[in-house]
Write a protein that binds this ligand. Structure first.
Ligand SMILES: *Cc1c(COP(=O)(O)O)cnc(C)c1O
Length: 207
């Protein structure tokens, strides 16, 4: 298992070598032992999708200098418990969440606005038409620093994924946002081609 992980990390790093892209390990599928091993291979950014898992894993790995991200959709009632435990949030997608965060967060938080450009019913994220007003509204909340756009790939559809990643990149540029969180195990090269600065990689590590 660990040999395989090592090979996969080498391949991943090789394929993005000269690009300025941060690999965030989407760690929902793996144990703290595997996270510890990934850390020893130089993967220091981890993103959790569930609040209770984040707290558990962070406590178990507190001896490591990990940068913690929250990448899953965040329920308002979970904000208080985790919002001061992370450096990046990838799933800012509604005003009620913004208000909740602004109340609970101590330092300003780097946030990605999550879009749902393919309008997938099973996924969260703002539609394109709501982005501009949402973004303007954020300036009234001092604990929110919008740093970029996050968009998920569409499962088994690289063509559509390419189209929406490209669109995410151009919307991000229009708003003058620096970061772009696009790219997962199956489509990270498409993310990088379209200007990703963060990729969120899960299943690839243990494949
Ligand atoms: C799980 C997850 C990923 C990683 O998906 P893989 O296809 O396993 O790489 C990326 N982003 C989010 C929000 C996730 O929940």
């Amino acid at each position: 298992m660990f040999e395989k992980i090592k090979t996969n990390v080498s391949k991943l790093k090789e394929s993005i070598k000269d690009k300025d892209v941060t690999i965030v390990c989407a760690s929902k599928y793996i144990s703290v032992e595997v996270m510890r091993y990934l850390y020893s291979l130089g993967i220091t950014h981890f993103g959790e999708s569930r609040a209770d898992e984040l707290l558990k894993k962070k406590a178990a790995l507190k001896d490591l200098n990990i940068t913690w991200h929250f990448i899953g959709s965040l329920q308002s009632n979970k904000v208080k418990s985790i919002i001061n435990e992370i450096t990046y949030l990838h799933s800012l997608d509604r005003i009620s969440l913004v208000k909740e965060i602004n109340k609970a967060r101590i330092e300003p938080l780097k946030c990605f606005i999550q879009l749902n450009l393919a309008n997938e019913k099973t996924k969260s994220g703002l539609s394109k038409s709501k982005l501009s007003d949402f973004y303007k509204m954020l300036s009234s909340y001092d604990k929110i620093i919008p740093v970029g756009i996050m968009q998920m790939g569409v499962y088994n559809n690289l063509e559509l994924t390419n189209k929406i990643y490209k669109e995410a990149a151009s919307l991000s540029q229009e708003l003058n946002l620096k970061e772009l969180s696009i790219g997962m195990s199956d489509d990270y090269l498409i993310g990088i081609k379209n200007g990703a600065t963060f990729i969120r990689i899960g299943s690839l590590f243990t494949k």
